[in-house]
Each structure stands twice: as C-alpha cells, then as structure tokens.
Ligand binder design. Structure first.
Ligand SMILES: *Cc1c(COP(=O)(O)O)cnc(C)c1O
Length: 389
C-alpha cells in the first residue's frame, strides 16, 4: 500500500446509496439510469446526443466504425497518449499515422499534420492530453479543407473548456467559463470513467456527438446491432457488440455528475496548491496551460529539465515510490510500445518531441481529496530526491 497513491476515487455515501438503490430494484440493465445519465452527459458537454458505453475504448471503437473507417484507411493521431486512442484505429484494420506533438501542450502539433495527409486519410483523431484542449480551431480548418472527419478523444478532459484564439485574446484568464466543453469539439468525442478519471462509473465511457446518424449507429452497435427503437430483442440489423453500461454504473455516474462543479473545484484547488509549492523548485516546469484553455485536471504532470530525462527521471520515480509516494511516467509513446515496434517497424527517433517529453514527464499523486499536508509531503520529498539524483 502506498501512503499516497497516484489517484484515488472519491465516492460519497450518496453515491453508494444510489448504487444500492439500483440493486434493490429489478432493473439492472437498459433502464432509467442509463437514459438519465446519457441526458446529463449530453447537457454537460453541450451536444445533442450522448451514448453511454462500457469504456472509453469501446466508445472510440464505435466512433471509428460509425464513420466507416476501415481497412486501407489512414487516421492521423498523436503518439503521446494512452494506447487506446490509437488501438481503436487498428481494431477496424485502418492505420494510425502518428504526427509529432507540441512540447508545451503535449498535444498533436497542428503545423505537422498536413504533410501527413494522403488520399487514404479519412480522419484526424486528436486527444486532449492531460485535460489540455488540443488546437481545435486549427484542427477544424485542416479537417474542413481536406474533407476529413475529426474525432476527439476527450477521455482525460471532462470539464475542460476551449476558446478559439481570436476569442481568448480578449479574455485575461483562461476561458472564463465561456469556452466550449471538450468532448464536443469534433464530429464525435468520448469521455471515459475509469476510476482515475475526473468522475468514475467503475468502468465506463460515453460517446458525444451532434450527428444523429453517428449517435444512432453507435447506440445500435453498443447493443448487439439491435434497432434503437421498436426492434425485437432477437433481431439484429447490423454487426454489433455488447458495449452497454449497466444501471449500477449509470447511477454512480449520475450522482458524480450532479456534483461535478464541486469535483472540478477540488481538483483545481489541489493543482493550484501544487503549482504554488513547485514553481519555486529548480529542475522542473509546472503544467503549462495554453491561453484560452480551462483545464479539468485529469492528472498533475510536471516536466523535468532535460538533465533529468530518462534514467534519472526513472530513478526519481523509484525513490518516490519506495517511500510510499506513488508516481508515474505518463506517457510512454505509443509508437515505441513493443507490439507497435514489432508490427509497424517504428523506432526511436521517429517522433523526437514526443519521445523527449515522454522521458521527462513525472505524474505526481493527484485526486480530489489530496490534502495540503500530503502535498507538502510529496513536494518536500521530491525536492530532496531531485537535488540528490
Ligand atoms: C483513459 C483513456 C482512454 C480509455 O478509457 P477506458 O475507459 O479505460 O477504456 C482512452 N484515451 C485516453 C487518452 C485515456 O486517457
């Protein structure tokens, strides 16, 4: 057991009662909680349709299928993300085409995308990495110019907001609540609810879109290819999956969403306290926030100076972990994952910025109820370890 884990779900008595309420009912799947949860998620993201599914990964897979992306197609995406954002492309036999990232936002570098576009390119899949909204204004321009679909992996960015540059120039601080919600910025997007995300349903995810055709296809495919209305239980009009989210999970998600403002406030407070303590320490940069962006703080990741990259960073993680402070090296680049190297012949040096950042990032313990005392303990130990590594 860690004294201070990397993440910790925040489950209240009210949430436990909501789950028990479902268990005491007779409807454990495809019931009223699913409908209510989907409605809440669509409202929150500011989109017309939400389709709840059993994971963020399932949601990404259904979006790829709903857009008809298939064998022979290419999708441009980032090598600096959780592997699911690229695997979902492989699920349908299409090819992820990686494009390097921006060294400050850690998001896909919009200036490098166009050179990757070929006549096989069908979509751009951008990720709001560590809750930082990608450059959606530019992404939209590129997608429109080349007639590509735009997919938003917002699994880490529930509650983040994006303001286009021409609007954010006017606002002094972040989006000031005037931004568009992440998850709503492409043709379709996803949130994910694994226990380390901003809200959790145990396992779970949701697809968000303003496009009825995409929503209907996803809803049908998540439920074994059934008709979405008035169909017979054993009639299947297309290939589908069982990607349904059960009523217990939805009940948990509903109560979490009802206090989402409080949750985001708690995360903001923890992040600001970390910022205050860490900005005076040599050898690291606190998280960068691009003007116009509001961050919902999935994780708290610092960027170590170049001279701590790689082995020294790993040693810092090990020493922190040894004293009970769980830290992590989010993310290993996707193209250097063993099976990507083997199957697609990627090698070191292919995406130098992503690789460099990946050797320098350090994720510190981060969750809603992390106390100032605990943060001080983390920071004091980090300071000590960095100065001796
Ligand atoms: C968490 C995450 C996912 C996948 O979500 P699951 O619910 O675990 O399947 C996808 N993309 C990114 C960037 C994530 O962080």
């Amino acid at each position: 057991m860690y004294k201070i884990p990397l993440s910790k779900p925040d489950i209240t008595e009210k949430e436990k009662r909501a789950v028990l309420g479902v268990l005491n009912s007779t409807k454990l799947a495809l019931g009223p909680k699913l409908q209510e949860f989907e409605k809440l998620m669509a409202q929150f993201a500011g989109v017309k349709y939400a389709v709840a599914v059993n994971s963020g990964t399932s949601g990404l897979h259904l979006i790829i299928r709903a857009l008809g992306i298939t064998k022979g197609d290419e999708v441009i995406t980032t090598p600096f993300s959780f592997i699911a954002s690229s695997n979902c492309i492989l699920f349908e036999g299409a090819k992820p085409i990686f494009s390097d990232i921006d060294e400050n936002t850690f998001n896909i570098d919009v200036d490098k995308i166009e050179e990757k576009i070929t006549d096989k390119t069908k979509a751009i899949l951008a990720v709001d990495v560590f809750s930082q909204p990608a450059d959606w204004d530019e992404l939209k321009k590129i997608a429109k110019k080349h007639k590509l679909f735009l997919i938003e992996d917002s699994a880490e960015a529930l509650g983040s907001e994006y303001l286009p540059p021409h609007q954010s120039a006017k606002s002094r601080y972040g989006s000031g609540g005037k931004g568009k919600k992440c998850g709503s910025l492409g043709d379709a997007g996803v949130f994910a609810f694994y226990p380390n995300k901003q809200i959790t349903t145990g396992e779970g995810g949701v697809i968000l879109t303003n496009n009825k055709k995409i929503a209907d296809l996803c809803k049908s495919m998540a439920n074994q290819g059934r008709k979405i209305e008035n169909g017979k239980w054993l009639e299947h009009i297309r290939l589908g999956y069982n990607y349904r989210l059960d009523e217990m999970s939805c009940a948990l998600g509903i109560v979490q969403m009802k206090r989402i403002k409080q949750i985001l406030k708690k995360r903001e407070k923890v992040a600001q306290f970390y910022n205050k303590k860490l900005k005076v320490i040599n050898g690291l940069d606190i998280p960068y926030i691009k003007p116009g962006n509001k961050i919902s703080w999935f994780v708290y990741v610092v960027k170590l100076a170049e001279n701590f990259a790689g082995k020294k960073r790993d040693k810092i993680i090990k020493e922190m972990t040894d004293i009970g402070i769980q830290c992590s090296d989010y993310f290993q680049t996707i193209h250097l994952q063993p099976f990507y190297k083997k199957d697609f012949l990627y090698k070191e040096g292919d995406f130098p910025i992503a690789e460099n950042i990946s050797k320098r990032t350090l994720a510190l313990p981060f969750y809603n109820n992390l106390s100032e005392k605990e943060i001080n303990f983390v920071v004091e130990n980090l300071k000590e370890i960095i100065s001796n590594v």
